[in-house]
Design a protein around this ligand. Structure first.
Ligand SMILES: [Zn+2]
Length: 100
């Protein structure tokens, strides 16, 4: 698995799916990876869950300008977790029908 330091994305490809960079390095267990975009109420409950599970995370509020142009949900977060936890959290997101 490779990792783009610019986007915090782990991917199988040689190229980052987001920025197209080829300057990827092998991912480490402790790298923070962007795994999803969720709306705010869901993000808040996810936060509680991750705290209960003692998993480190970062939730970044997602840009307003982009939101207005593409009519995305009013409030959303980008979700980052450590690579070692990412499969687990992805599964939770899948089970709860969150969008990526
Ligand atoms: Zn990238």
């Amino acid at each position: 698995m490779n990792f783009c330091e610019g986007c915090n994305i782990a991917c199988d490809d040689e190229r980052c799916p987001k920025c197209g960079s080829k300057k990827l390095r092998p991912v480490n267990d402790d790298d923070f990876c962007l795994i999803a975009q969720v709306d705010r109420p869901f993000g808040d409950s996810l936060k509680e869950y991750l705290e209960e599970e003692n998993m480190e995370y970062a939730l970044m509020p997602y840009g307003r300008g982009v939101r207005a142009r593409f009519a995305l949900p009013l409030e959303s977060y980008l979700v980052y977790v450590r690579y070692k936890n990412s499969d687990h959290v992805r599964q939770i997101l899948k089970d709860t029908n969150a969008r990526i």
